[in-house]
Design a protein around this ligand. Structure first.
Ligand code: OMP
Length: 213
């Protein structure tokens, strides 16, 4: 695990973004942990978050032309990643996002920001079963653009439709890399090293045995 990844897990736990308890997921699975990116809810938290995403973009080596933040949660994530790439990595990258509802006045349409052209790096929060990200791929394909990869904060390393993880299925079906700031494996390592958080390990490991890859 790299230093920025350990720092990210600590930061997510401190902000209450990564929590332990009992949570029903979109997929219907009942999970002993949840990652709520909406709780990076201050200017400083968002600035720091953008730096973690930007570090992961650079670390991934993925080349792309435009950042895309899917509505709603992906929008501040892509925006803060773009800001951090400019401020901390000297890279000025175009970025854009979609609306969920088409607008029929003003600039119109469902896309806002830079044109959704060329190689697109999708910035999102979490992939569990892969439903949300498949919808995003349709938006990109409809524009005639090409997905270059997906960057998320947490890879929950769960099975998708079959035996592969949802992320491995997306990588296979769309022939693109999916990278994350951290994965469940790294969260487990972090928990194991922390005297207080260790108590959550058995539940998370049991969940992983049932739904994980
Ligand atoms: P899938 O569409 O099943 O891949 O689920 C991804 C979405 O689930 C995310 O975009 C979130 O809205 C939500 N989610 C979280 O935000 N954090 C989690 O830890 C788990 C989920 C989830 O419901 O699976």
């Amino acid at each position: 695990m790299q230093t920025y990844q350990r720092d990210f897990i600590r930061f997510a736990i401190e902000r209450g973004v990564l929590r332990f308890g009992q949570f029903t997921l979109k997929s219907g699975r009942v999970s002993p942990y949840f990652f709520n990116a909406g709780l990076f809810d201050s200017g400083l938290a968002l600035a720091k978050l953008g730096r973690f995403y930007a570090a992961a973009v650079v670390n991934s080596g993925i080349s792309f032309d435009v950042l895309f933040g899917p509505a709603y949660k992906g929008i501040p994530l892509a925006a803060s990643t773009g800001v951090a790439l400019a401020e901390h990595h000297d890279v000025d990258t175009p970025w854009c996002f979609n609306r969920k509802e088409a607008k029929d006045h003003g600039e119109g349409g469902t896309l806002v920001g830079a044109p959704l052209n060329g190689r697109v790096l999708i910035i999102d929060d979490v992939i569990t079963a892969g439903t949300a990200i498949r919808e995003v791929m349709q938006i990109i394909q409809a524009q005639g653009a090409q997905a270059a990869g997906v960057l998320i904060a947490l890879d929950r390393q769960e099975r998708g439709r079959g035996e592969l993880s949802a992320i491995q299925e997306v990588e296979r079906d769309f022939n693109i890399p999916v990278v994350s700031i951290v994965s469940l494996q790294q969260v487990l390592e972090y928990l194991a090293d922390d005297a207080e958080l260790k108590q959550h390990l058995p539940a998370v490991e049991a969940y992983r045995a049932e739904f994980g890859i």
